[in-house]
Design a protein around this ligand. Structure first.
Ligand code: ARG
Length: 584
């Protein structure tokens, strides 16, 4: 069924098309938006303000002409005009009631599948082997997983790619250090215990920085590795495996699925990429390096900034791999949309890569490449997020700390409520709350802004937090238990008598539009904020309207509102990668 927003948009589009004498007229985006304040009604349309000038009309007059031609009586109160020419719409309760009866029976809570599914690649997480997986990668993992979940739910074919940094000069250094410090690895022919890979990396780096002979040795290893030396390849694989196991622990904790296709995968294609760019006269030799000069990219001094695709020593760059990956994803994976999720610092890199790919003919008009940038994670002091001793925070420690603190909170709460729960219950709940809190703290912010990481804030039961949302869901399950109601077999008639009920009902109706909007602008905080408001409106309703104690038909209708709220919360949270619990 159409959402009210779609329905209004469709009617407005037809009427305006007729007024303009352009039957095919179609606006780029919806003509209606939810009203900014409920006193203006439920939806608002601003089109008259934009169109009036070209028609030499006053916006108010055009607005009047539009509403005179609209026939909405079946579902809407007569539209009104406000200010310079805004059109306001208020839905009739009878329409809302019947729409909700449909929505509550729909397993998708009113969200349609897309009519034309696409093949979408989400390139996310993508940490670097042997280096620290840091909070930036955490953001990429959480945001990328959320967008992938959304596309999957919309019915697209989604490839979740982990573009890990598993190739490059750092392996020369690492293997040289392995040879020197752990010669038994090469003689024993079996795995050895390197301990913590990150400290291993640090030690190797120290050694590398301090000794010229070691550096030469490392460089030679890179060349031999690229040439396919079997012994070195074994060492490389060993190091990758160790990293992979560490990353996987994080993905398990976060419940995130990824297909690993690292930089090394594209290694065989790099010479062709450079050759093709040379053949197309796009690559030029500049100070010994092969470069592509695009438009609009400059250094701080105003000189043109090229994309370097092959360094003077013959080595390839991060950008060369990205070009090869892009070409592969278009030609072999058949991607129609490729979404890259990294911090905002890489915006220019991707803009350059996309431009070069277009020029080279690897990125046809039908394929969309989108860089989805995000801001930094800061400490509570507003500075870069670090441990007390000034080191980068290890992700595993961070997640475990969130779980530990969630557990503390739960134990304290159970104590005040004088409740007894099993250790398994507490452990499971702490895990869900701890991880959800970290995810939600990230997803509820506009991803472009920096945000401060605060365990206390994200774990609080009050405010725009995961525990607050989960608690609203749990409240509904509590009602069901108390009233011995089986929601699965429950098809209510809605009667919306009070303002509080209507407000909640109208908010529930907006869910499909919010999901669609998030698919367009790729901002998870749209959904986060929607769910937060839903929880608030539900809590108001819960405080003001008796549910189980009410006589019928209110009782059934209110149970319906509660159940639908829980369904929308569960589905919405699942799109954010957050599971619900029945009790907490
Ligand atoms: N490994 C990179 C980093 O840690 C992120 C890779 C993002 N994806 C890509 N196709 N470049 O910064």
């Amino acid at each position: 069924m159409q959402t009210p927003g779609e329905w209004l948009n469709q009617h407005l589009t037809t009427v305006i098309g007729r007024l303009l004498d352009q039957p095919e007229w179609a606006p780029g985006e919806s003509l209606v938006v939810p009203a900014s304040q409920s006193k203006f009604g439920d939806f608002q349309c601003n089109i008259a303000l934009g169109l009036a000038k070209s028609r030499h009309q006053k916006p108010r007059d055009l607005a009047l002409e539009i509403i005179e031609n609209l026939q909405l009586d079946e579902r809407c109160e007569p539209p009104t005009i406000a200010g310079p020419g805004f059109i306001n719409f208020t839905l009739k309760p009878a329409y809302i009631q019947s729409w909700l009866t449909w929505q509550i029976q729909d397993p998708r809570c009113g969200v349609p599948k897309v009519k034309e599914p696409e093949t979408i690649i989400v390139d996310f997480s993508s940490p670097n082997i042997a280096k620290e997986m840091h909070v930036g990668h955490l953001r990429s993992t959480i945001i990328g997983d959320c967008l992938a979940r959304l596309f999957e739910f919309q019915g697209h074919q989604v490839l979740r790619l982990n573009h890990v940094g598993d190739w490059g000069t750092q392996f020369g250094m690492l293997i040289a250090y392995l040879r020197e410090g752990y010669p038994e690895f090469f003689t024993q022919n079996q795995g050895i215990d390197l301990g913590d890979l990150v400290s291993f990396y640090r030690q190797a780096k120290q050694r590398f920085d301090g000794d010229e002979e070691f550096q030469n040795n490392a460089r030679q290893i890179v060349v031999q590795l690229q040439a396919g030396d079997p012994e070195l390849l074994t060492a490389w694989r060993f190091l990758c495996d160790l990293s992979r196991r560490e990353f996987q622990q994080i993905y398990n904790l976060l419940d995130v699925q990824l297909t690993e296709r690292g930089e090394s995968f594209y290694n065989p294609f790099l010479p062709e990429i450079v050759q093709e760019l040379k053949n197309k006269n796009l690559a030029v030799l500049d100070q010994g390096a092969w470069c592509v000069f695009g438009e609009g990219f400059t250094n701080v001094d105003g000189s043109a900034l090229p994309l370097i695709i092959q360094k003077s020593d013959g080595g390839y760059n991060y950008a060369t791999t990205d070009l090869a990956a892009l070409r592969y994803r278009v030609q072999k994976d058949g991607a129609q949309k490729i979404i890259y999720i990294t911090d905002v610092g890489q915006s220019q890199h991707f803009a350059q890569v996309f431009q070069v790919a277009k020029k080279a003919g690897w990125l046809p008009e039908t394929v969309q490449c989108i860089h989805v940038p995000f801001g930094l994670v800061l400490g509570e002091d507003g500075k870069k997020f670090r441990t007390r001793s000034g080191e980068t925070v290890r992700l595993k420690d961070l997640l475990e700390e969130a779980i530990r603190r969630a557990e503390q909170d739960i134990v304290a709460r159970l104590h005040t409520e004088e409740r007894q729960e099993t250790p398994e219950f507490i452990q499971n709940l702490a895990q869900v709350i701890g991880i959800s809190a970290v995810k939600y703290a990230d997803l509820s912010q506009n991803r472009l802004s920096n945000y401060s990481f605060s365990y206390d804030k994200m774990l609080a039961l009050q405010g725009n937090t995961a525990p607050y949302l989960l608690y609203a869901y749990v409240r509904v399950q509590g009602i069901a238990r108390k009233g011995e109601i089986n929601f699965a077999e429950f098809v209510p008639e809605f009667v919306l008598l009070t303002e509080t009920e209507l407000t909640l009902a109208k908010h529930l109706m907006q869910f499909p539009d919010v999901v669609e909007q998030m698919g367009n602008d790729l901002l998870p905080n749209r959904l986060g904020n929607y769910l937060f408001e839903l929880s608030q409106k539900f809590n108001q309703f819960y405080d003001q309207c008796p549910i189980l104690a009410a006589p019928d038909p209110e009782r059934t209708s209110r149970l319906g509102l509660a159940h639908l709220t829980a369904k929308v919360l569960r589905l919405g949270l699942s799109l954010l990668g957050i599971p619900v619990v029945e009790r907490m």
